[in-house]
Design a protein around this ligand. Structure first.
Ligand SMILES: [Zn+2]
Length: 343
């Protein structure tokens, strides 16, 4: 893009005093990771891409389904029909409205073994995940590496967000020392309003822009845990201005989640599905299609292979990971995987 086109394209942001020409250049040089590209991740990615953040790394383990379209604003019916991985669909759809930025899609499940590689070279991490296991993993990584991250979550009509600037303010483990367990409301159990998603995504994306711009903009980075209910209008802010000295992560620097504890090998996706990742060899989709077609309906594109065997639906990724829909029973999912995919 020529300098003139750049100025024209982002003129309304350059006019805004908090950004200006220099701030816009810093956004263009910015490298952001969006971890999880569901509802919040889609909204954040879309806003930051339009705002001209130069590099967006979009990391997601899942594929697009019709039930996502109510709130996951980066995807369309064609993406769902093709079961495109969300990271790939996001990159394609962003390219249609901002082809001048770089989008790096990563179809992977963030885990202790790959988190450093997934987030390498990133300036700010944005939370688009749907689970606390991954959030505590990111918090450990961010605190250990000194990379800022923005926690953001939405469920029902409620959104919550907080900025973590390691060493400067509280981290996620300062505020919530224990990972929420047991019955945690998810959008599968409590539903979700797209407006709650957009509210929290707007706040989180703005905070990320301030972090990328730096300088005076940093003075305006919020130092509270902010929550808002778009239905009842209840809202709350609690101070997160200072790290807790005895915090496991930022105080004692004990990074248990990074070490791989507290994360089972098989993850529940929080819906009627189980994720299996037990095989270390990549899968040849053409060969797998041949093998499976006598057992049920099967089709594949370059990104996913889908196999239907009533009442289950298995989605396989090239690295051997699978999402098995139609059960929450890990035993059932494992035996299906062992029988049809093998080890
Ligand atoms: Zn802490």
């Amino acid at each position: 893009m020529t300098k003139r086109n750049f100025k024209e394209r982002y003129s309304r942001q350059i006019l805004f005093g908090g950004i200006g020409a220099e701030g816009q250049e810093r956004l263009a040089a910015g490298r952001v990771a969006i971890l999880g590209c569901g509802a919040t991740g889609s909204a954040v990615a879309s806003l930051l891409a339009r705002a001209g953040v130069g590099t967006l790394r979009i990391i997601d383990r899942d594929y697009v389904e019709a039930s996502n379209l109510q709130r996951q604003s980066l995807f369309d019916e064609q993406d769902a029909a093709e079961s495109l991985p969300k990271a790939v669909a996001a990159a394609r759809n962003i390219a249609a409205f901002n082809s001048a930025i770089t989008v790096e899609p990563r179809v992977e499940d963030a885990a202790p073994a790959n988190i450093s590689q997934l987030l390498e070279g990133i300036q700010v991490i944005l939370d688009g995940t749907d689970n606390y296991e991954t959030r505590y993993l990111v918090n450990d990584y961010a605190v250990k590496s000194g990379v800022p991250w923005v926690y953001a979550a939405a469920v029902g009509s409620y959104g919550i967000t907080m900025n973590i600037l390691p060493g400067t303010n509280a981290c996620l483990a300062c505020i919530f020392p224990e990972m929420p367990r047991g019955m945690v409301a998810t959008c599968e159990t409590s539903g979700i309003l797209n407006t709650a998603v957009n509210a929290v995504a707007s706040i989180a994306a703005t905070e990320a822009m301030k972090m990328l711009i730096g300088g005076d903009a940093l003075k305006h980075v919020r130092k509270t845990l902010w929550s808002f209910d778009v239905w009842t209008n209840d809202h709350a802010e609690i101070s997160a201005a200072t790290p807790r000295p005895d915090c496991r992560a930022c105080g004692r620097r004990d990074f248990v989640h990074l070490a791989g504890e507290g994360r089972p090998h098989i993850t529940m996706c929080g819906r009627n599905s189980v994720q299996i990742h037990e095989r270390s060899r990549p899968i040849d989709f053409a060969e797998m299609q041949q093998r499976l077609q006598t057992h049920g309906m099967v089709r594949h594109n370059e990104f996913v292979l889908k196999f239907w065997r009533e009442p289950y639906e298995m989605t396989l990724f090239p690295d051997g990971r699978a999402i098995i829909k139609g059960t929450t029973d890990i035993g059932v999912a494992r035996s299906l995987y062992a029988r049809f995919v093998g080890s």
